[in-house]
Design a binder for this molecule. Structure first.
Ligand SMILES: CC(C)(COP(=O)(O)OP(=O)(O)OC[C@H]1O[C@@H](n2cnc3c(N)ncnc32)[C@H](O)[C@@H]1OP(=O)(O)O)[C@@H](O)C(=O)NCCC(=O)NCCS
Length: 293
């Protein structure tokens, strides 16, 4: 060997720095290929919140809180036409998954809808996520029917499906009674055949919380370091706790290779509400369960 030597401890830092710089370069190069989208910046927040408000005041409030106090504005992109910002889109990357993406707040200013901007904005962000290595992309949409404005998310649902998303899970009465959550997914890469190992760890619940953006829908915090398999009577303790908080419904989800969790859930009255296919990685879905009052 002339130019090669065995990796030594002292090489590791350089190797990681090299990989990181390639990742950064890939992201920069992908950014450069955007047409009407550019990264959202702090001064854009006010305009973006006004765009969201042109459709729904509650969404605008939630989004502003998210941008300013919770998740920030990283991975959000504004859509500009002739120097004017008329839309917002972006993505988030869930922890513990292999190249899984979620679309985040996606809006076109009400004054500019139905002219093809939404389709072209979504086309651009999907292409960007694909270039960034995305394997599977998900999006959530509500089926809310406003007493005055009708089904305000119907155009979004139509657009997502016409771009290739498919409905994977519907959580009935999720946001509120008579307002469901529809989760759609789209593959960005061909599926790989992988040998998935069962995970026999013991799930334990260790908290309850009201799900953001919902009226009295709850979920449980959990960890997988339990000393013994979860029992139905322990699930019942969680159910009683959220009932004391006036919960309407409980929504839970787990990786499909966790072998010991489904039985105690079903014994406690939860029903299987569907799967997000290949959510964690090819071959590992996310199984969804719900329980209503
Ligand atoms: C969804 C949204 C971004 C689309 O933007 P847009 O610029 O109007 O999109 P386009 O003009 O490219 O396409 C709109 C499509 O919806 C269709 N559409 C419009 N109103 C509709 C309705 N009430 N029901 C079903 N389809 C409808 C149009 O016919 C068009 O479809 P086509 O291209 O097949 O003809 C925009 O409507 C919006 O901001 N909606 C409110 C927010 C929202 O729902 N966001 C997503 C969920 S977080």
């Amino acid at each position: 060997m002339k130019d090669l030597h065995k990796i030594q401890e002292s090489d590791v830092k350089n190797i990681f720095a090299n990989i990181e710089s390639h990742d950064e370069n890939d992201a920069k190069e992908a950014d450069l290929r955007m047409k009407n989208l550019r990264k959202m910046q702090e001064p854009d927040i006010e305009k973006i919140v006004a765009i969201i408000e042109s459709h729904d005041e509650d969404d605008a409030e939630e989004a502003e809180y998210g941008y300013r106090k919770m998740s920030g504005i990283d991975n959000n992109y504004v859509y500009e036409v002739n120097g004017e910002i008329i839309g917002i889109t972006g993505f988030s990357i869930p922890a513990g998954c292999e190249q899984t993406y979620w679309l985040s707040w996606t809006y076109i200013d009400d004054k500019h809808t139905n002219k093809g901007h939404g389709r072209s904005m979504l086309g651009e962000i999907i292409a960007y996520i694909k270039r960034s290595g995305g394997r599977k992309l998900f999006v959530k949409v509500s089926d809310y029917v406003d007493p005055e404005d009708g089904a305000i998310y119907a155009a979004a649902l139509h657009l997502y499906q016409s771009l290739g998303f498919e409905i994977e899970v519907t959580h009935k009465d999720f946001y509120d009674k008579d307002e469901s959550q529809i989760i759609l997914g789209m593959r960005l890469k061909d599926k790989e055949v992988v040998d998935v190992e069962d995970d026999n760890c013991n799930v334990q619940f260790d908290g309850i919380f009201e799900i953001a953006e919902t009226e009295n829908a709850y979920s449980f915090n959990w960890h997988d370091k339990g000393k013994y398999p979860l029992k139905a009577k322990e699930v019942q303790i969680g159910i009683n706790a959220v009932r004391d908080d006036d919960a309407r419904a409980i929504f839970l989800s787990f990786p499909s290779n966790l072998t010991k969790i489904e039985a105690p859930l079903l014994q406690s009255g939860f029903i299987n509400t569907g799967i997000l296919e290949d959510y964690y990685d090819d071959g590992i879905d996310e199984n969804h369960y719900s329980l209503y009052r």
